[in-house]
Design a protein around this ligand. Structure first.
Ligand code: NAD
Ligand code: AHE
Ligand code: ZN
Length: 369
């Protein structure tokens, strides 16, 4: 079938709006009509050429929501008409990773997904007879896409898809980093570096679990108002303080953060996030994705003296199990997604979403079809 898609033709070039061809779902696959998709910084990171797994030409996008149109042979967990959220980390419930119950990093299809292909090693998308790569197993920057069955979370029918699409990445990543990965407890002091869609969702999670001081750090002062709305108690702009940031934060947290979160993807900030943690017990969680060739460093003494450095992917969420629950939280008014959506546009204007992100003018843009 013909599909309207935003194609990443080359690193560093704007997306190109094209009519591309999409093949029918094969065994274990599902055709989904994408109704809405968020634009996450990770899409911009891959488009920039910094992603070692980045492939071109490809259809990016991994924060979508849509409706099942057709299922391939053997598919049993979803049917046409079901509302779904695509998962860039699937949940097969059979691989050693899923069965370990120690991680959400299902590996059932990770190798083909990383090569931009469906599990059988081929692509369903093509343009003028030449294959296009899938992206993160989801490719939501198209009005129809094909995904493996294990990469779909079935959600309730009454949830607005132009809001709950953000549960496909940003919301779940931030809430999950706090609840599943760091396991922040009531009364804890938390420092969040980077107040984009991810950092704000970390703040929302920290407020939800009853954290005490919630300190937000960002170079962009316009991020302050929304962060305060989500529960930030103190704002720090590194450009506006006297002296170094780390001792400033240690003093502000009476000895160091119980928990810190890096939500930028900057390896120097990752070091600051670790080193502002409390001696003996502070835990720093890396959420941001750093570019190819970048490495983190610190004095090992920081770890010898009890600080812990860890990371999280999709907030540790097991998608098919946890995503429907987070949709319920939104529908029950327990979490706010609406305020994070600062811009909406049609697919023809998707490059504006990238510009707004780079200019620091948006939190999340949602593209609707
Ligand atoms: P974003 O661009 O919306 O927000 C980043 C924020 O960081 C902005 O507000 C910016 O002003 C701020 N910032 C930039 N440099 C800074 C600095 N040196 N000091 C302080 N603040 C600074 O991005 P986002 O969509 O919220 O994503 C954040 C990061 O999380 C990205 O690296 C993204 O790839 C990553 N991410 C990771 C996961 C995961 O599963 N681990 C999931 C989603 C996104
Ligand atoms: N391809 C990159 C890795 C990018 C990365 O870390 N992705 C996160 C999700 S970011 C969503 O916005 C993730 O889930 N990682 C786990 C995985 O298996 O990819 C690289 O550096 O190679
Ligand atoms: Zn993302």
């Amino acid at each position: 079938m013909d599909v309207k898609a935003a194609v990443a033709t080359k690193a560093g070039k704007p997306l190109s709006i094209e009519t591309v061809q999409l093949d029918s779902p094969q065994e274990g696959e599902v055709l989904v009509e994408i109704k809405a998709t968020g634009v996450c910084h990770t899409d911009a990171y891959t488009l920039s050429g910094s992603d070692p797994e980045g492939l071109f030409p490809a259809i990016l996008g991994h924060e979508g929501a849509g409706v099942v149109v057709e299922v391939g042979k053997g598919v049993t967990s979803v049917k046409p008409g079901d509302h779904v959220i695509p998962l860039y980390i699937p949940e097969c419930r059979q691989c050693p990773y899923c069965l370990s119950m120690k991680t959400n990093l299902c590996q059932a299809i990770r190798s083909t997904q990383g090569k931009g292909l469906m599990p059988n090693g081929t692509s369903r998308f093509s343009l003028d007879g030449k294959p296009l790569y899938h992206y993160m197993g989801t490719s939501t920057f198209a009005n129809y896409t094909v995904l493996p069955e294990i990469s779909l979370a079935k959600i309730r029918q009454d949830a607005p898809l132009d809001r709950v699409c953000l549960i496909g990445c940003g919301i779940t990543t931030g809430l999950g980093a706090v609840i599943n990965t760091a396991k922040v407890e009531p009364g804890a002091n938390v420092v969040v570096f980077g107040l984009g869609g991810i950092g704000l969702s970390v703040i929302q999670g920290a407020k939800l679990v009853g954290a005490s001081k919630i300190i937000g750090v960002d170079l962009n002062p316009t991020k302050r108002t929304l962060a305060e709305q989500y529960g930030m108690t103190h704002f720090v702009n590194p450009k506006e303080i006297d002296g170094d940031l780390v001792p400033y934060l240690v003093e502000l947290t009476d000895g160091g953060a119980d928990y810190s979160f890096e939500c930028i993807g900057n390896v120097n900030v990752m070091r600051q996030a670790l080193e502002c943690c409390h001696k003996g017990w502070g835990v720093s969680t890396i959420v941001g994705v750093a570019g190819a060739g970048e490495e983190i460093s610190t004095r090992p003494f920081q770890l010898v003296t009890g600080r812990v450095w860890q990371g999280t992917a999709f907030g540790g969420a097991r998608g098919r199990t946890d995503v429907p629950k987070i949709v319920d939280w939104y529908m029950e008014g327990k979490i706010d997604i609406d305020s994070i959506v600062t811009h909406t546009m049609g697919i023809d204007k998707i490059n504006d979403a990238f510009d707004l992100m780079h200019e620091g003018k948006s939190i999340r843009s949602v593209v609707t079809f």
